[in-house]
Design a protein around this ligand. Structure first.
Ligand code: ZN
Ligand code: ZN
Length: 388
């Protein structure tokens, strides 16, 4: 069995003609640029490119197929040299059964299925060009359509306070909105990890995935997983999500939840820490208290003990969080050591020290060993490395 670095949630900012797809996404985030960056700078082997339903993106992929730059694998997935692309789409469900919008990820085995999915979607949402659109069908209907097309269905960043399954979407159980049999995995999101999520017993049966939700090239692979598969294809990924025939997630690599934007409960106006029960901010009097993921999970908690056999969740501090490590130094490091993966996890201290100042090399090492001191994020602001 081989091991592959996989990040399944990367958005497209613009199409090849410059039309917006994810409006808040970077202009440089085009299909072709994502492939180049994921493969060369980040060192990933498989990526899920979200927003592949957008008609101009489909055209772009068609032209890459026609020119032979991409080939479709018979077992699913678009093969771009060393990198496999799984075409996907993020959608928003807000049907009569949910209490707030819920984001979900849908992946298709090949371009034909994605085209059919896109056609179906266009009849049920307002703008087929754009990302993360609200879909005017029920969660159940969407699940059934995805399965009919041979796709994979994964609720996205399930604990974030807005637009997620457990944020506001359901009162206590995913069965309020979805058919539990038609869920293939659970995406944890940046502000939680395996230990936190396993406080909810009804998701013990699912594999957890950790993805970047990148809106810029730099953020690709800030979360990812190492997956044991025979080959990097769609059907192998499907098996890994079901832990079949030795295929499985070997480890989840994710931000320390404290670095996420919604870890602790704070006032969104002044970011002053708040208690879960607070109605107004003690500091500024604002009523905009945003409940953090940690407190939300405590509310939903149904068990203390997680299931057996979960892969380890390895906390990582992406290089862009390291103080003093700007884009130019990062480029120098990547040029020298090949990829961010190598710098984060493999390159010895002595070698790092030859390229960057000792203080930065020390921080990279401490981050790798989980010994770095972090100040928790909240209210939409990332956590950060505390002063040392
Ligand atoms: Zn989302
Ligand atoms: Zn997203």
């Amino acid at each position: 069995m081989n091991h592959y670095y996989v990040d399944l949630h990367i958005h497209i900012g613009r199409t090849w003609t410059g039309k917006p797809v994810k409006i808040t996404g970077a202009k440089s985030l085009t299909f072709t640029n994502i492939i180049e960056h994921a493969r060369h700078e980040k060192g990933l082997n498989m990526v899920g490119i979200i927003d592949s339903h957008s008609p101009e993106v489909i055209q772009e992929v068609e032209s890459l197929l026609a020119s032979g730059q991409v080939v479709e694998h018979p077992a699913g997935g678009l093969i771009f040299g060393e990198l496999t692309v799984i075409p996907g789409s993020e959608l928003e469900i807000y049907d009569e059964n949910c209490h707030g919008p819920i984001h979900v990820l849908c992946f298709m085995p090949n371009l034909a299925a994605m085209k059919e999915f896109s056609n179906w979607l266009s009849a049920h949402l307002k703008n087929i060009q754009l990302s993360s659109q609200r879909l005017y069908v029920t969660g159940l209907k969407l699940q059934q359509k995805v399965k009919e097309l041979g796709g994979i269905f994964i609720p996205a960043h399930v604990f974030t306070p807005f637009k997620s399954l457990y944020g506001k979407g359901v009162k206590s159980s995913l069965t309020e909105v979805f058919d539990p049999e038609l869920i293939d995995g659970i995406e944890l999101g940046l502000s939680s990890d395996t230990e936190m999520a396993d406080k909810i017993a009804e998701i013990h049966r699912y594999t957890f995935v950790t993805n970047s939700d990148a809106h810029s090239l730099a953020k690709i692979a800030r979360e990812y997983q190492v997956v044991a598969m025979e080959e990097p294809t769609f059907s192998e990924l499907e098996k890994a999500l079901k832990t079949e025939d030795g295929r499985r997630i070997m480890a989840n690599y994710g931000l320390d939840p404290k670095l996420g934007k919604y870890h602790k409960t704070v006032c969104s106006e002044c970011l002053y820490p708040a208690h879960e029960a607070d109605q107004v901010c003690e500091q500024c009097g604002s009523k905009k208290i945003i409940k953090g993921v940690a407190d939300r999970i405590m509310e939903l908690k149904t068990t203390e003990i997680g299931p057996e056999g979960r892969p380890p969740y390895i906390h990582q501090v992406p290089l862009e969080f390291i103080p003093g490590l700007g884009p130019r130094l990062l480029e120098k490091l990547v040029n020298h050591f090949g990829s961010e993966m190598a710098i984060l996890h493999e390159v010895p201290f002595a070698a790092l020290k030859e390229i960057v100042p000792e203080k930065i090399a020390t921080l990279i090492l401490l981050a790798r060993e989980g010994k770095i001191h972090l100040a928790a994020g909240g209210g939409g602001k990332y956590g950060k490395i505390a002063e040392i």
